[in-house]
Design a protein around this ligand. Structure first.
Ligand SMILES: [Zn+2]
Length: 378
């Protein structure tokens, strides 16, 4: 039966339930506590990992949640349901699952997408001693995205000035500049950081240590956000027609990974990406380890009226961090608005998340087994 029970109300609850369920199911737990920040009730914040199956398994499914903080409610529920619904007991031979709960515990606990340093972890996994990817157009958009107050005047200005920039540079170039990641404005949108974040460094170390023996690694990074009701969008970052892409297609279907289909669900042409977990993890594995996977979005938000409304959720987060503070009178309403976009409490959303996660875990684990057998036969 599919219920909404695995959904938690807070990070603290989600973490406690994950740890308890993983322990009860025989998982080997590791707790990485963040050194510098705590949660809203003073609770310690941690990235918790649970390993199920043989330590020397040749095939491993690595599954992360809350890379984008508050998006973690759905991913955490999916992980908890997998544990509680008999996942660990029905692993195929020579296969293990490594669940990483709350890659960004600060964002999860406070209801924000970025880390304690306003960093977007899916822009951060880069060699920061090298020049950062450029994003010159962002500087022109930044002031529009960062008003002192989020009111009608600010939203009208964003629409009007935004239209001028779109007329000059094109719709996609402006959208891309906003979301591709930038390394020049620490108080801006999708800031990629100036060094590896604690979350990135901790995950990197986990991959290097725990997956050193793996020959085949499947990766699922649960996210939420795009408009919908718990349906999935598969964002595979392996080059089209590469072995990794073909592998992902064989698990989740060609249609699910088809570029046109994905862009239709996403709502526009896919933006440029740098510094994402997917590539960072792939590069942290041993050179002969085969890797395939995807960022998988649970669609969650409601349809917006216009472009300014679509940007409003990110503007609220930025305002709470840099203008009003998390103790501002507006904070409770703003945080609720952010949460209802990424983790609505609609029952239909929640049951769809659980049902779709179950299907995806089953497809991936079956796929891992045939991948292993096929490569062994070659
Ligand atoms: Zn996300």
């Amino acid at each position: 039966m599919i219920g909404t029970g695995p959904f938690s109300a807070t990070y603290e609850e989600a973490r406690a339930r994950f740890v308890e369920a993983a322990r009860a199911a025989g998982g080997a737990l590791t707790c990485h506590v963040t050194p510098k920040v705590v949660g809203p009730t003073g609770e310690s914040l941690s990235m918790d990992t649970a390993w199920f199956g043989p330590r020397n398994a040749r095939s491993v499914l690595l599954n992360t949640s809350a890379t984008h903080g508050t998006e973690g409610y759905a991913g955490s529920a999916a992980q908890l349901d997998w544990i509680e619904n008999g996942g660990p007991a029905s692993l195929p031979p020579d296969t293990a699952v490594l669940l990483v709960h709350a890659v960004n515990p600060f964002g999860f606990a406070w209801g924000l997408r970025g880390t304690e340093n306003n960093v977007d972890l899916n822009r951060n996994w880069l060699d920061h001693s090298l020049p950062h990817p450029e994003n010159a157009l962002y500087a022109q958009i930044h002031p529009l995205l960062c008003p002192k107050s989020i009111n009608d005047k600010a939203m009208t200005r964003l629409l009007e000035e935004g239209s001028r920039l779109i007329a000059k540079h094109g719709q996609w170039a402006v959208e891309d500049a906003i979301s591709r990641g930038q390394y020049s404005h620490p108080d801006g949108f999708h800031f990629g950081g100036s060094d590896l974040e604690w979350s990135t460094a901790t995950l990197k170390q986990t991959v290097e240590t725990d997956l050193a023996q793996a020959e085949h690694v499947a990766f699922i990074d649960w996210h939420s956000g795009p408009v919908g009701d718990g349906e999935l969008i598969f964002l595979c970052f392996s080059p089209p027609r590469s072995p990794g892409f073909r592998q992902a297609e064989s698990w989740w279907g060609r249609q699910a990974l088809d570029a046109t289909h994905v862009e239709q669900l996403w709502g526009s042409k896919r933006p440029t990406r740098n510094g994402i977990l997917f590539w960072g993890i792939e590069q942290s594995l041993a050179p002969d380890t085969a890797f395939a996977g995807a960022v998988i979005e649970f669609r969650s938000a409601v349809q917006k009226r216009n472009a300014a409304d679509s940007l409003r959720i990110s503007m609220l987060e930025r305002w709470l961090r840099f203008e009003g503070g998390l103790d501002a009178p507006e904070a409770e309403t703003y945080l609720q608005e952010i949460r209802s976009d990424y983790a609505p409490d609609r029952e239909s959303f929640r049951t769809n998340v659980i049902a779709n996660a179950r299907t995806t875990y089953a497809q991936t684990l079956t796929g891992l087994t045939s991948w292993q057998m096929r490569d062994a036969a070659d």
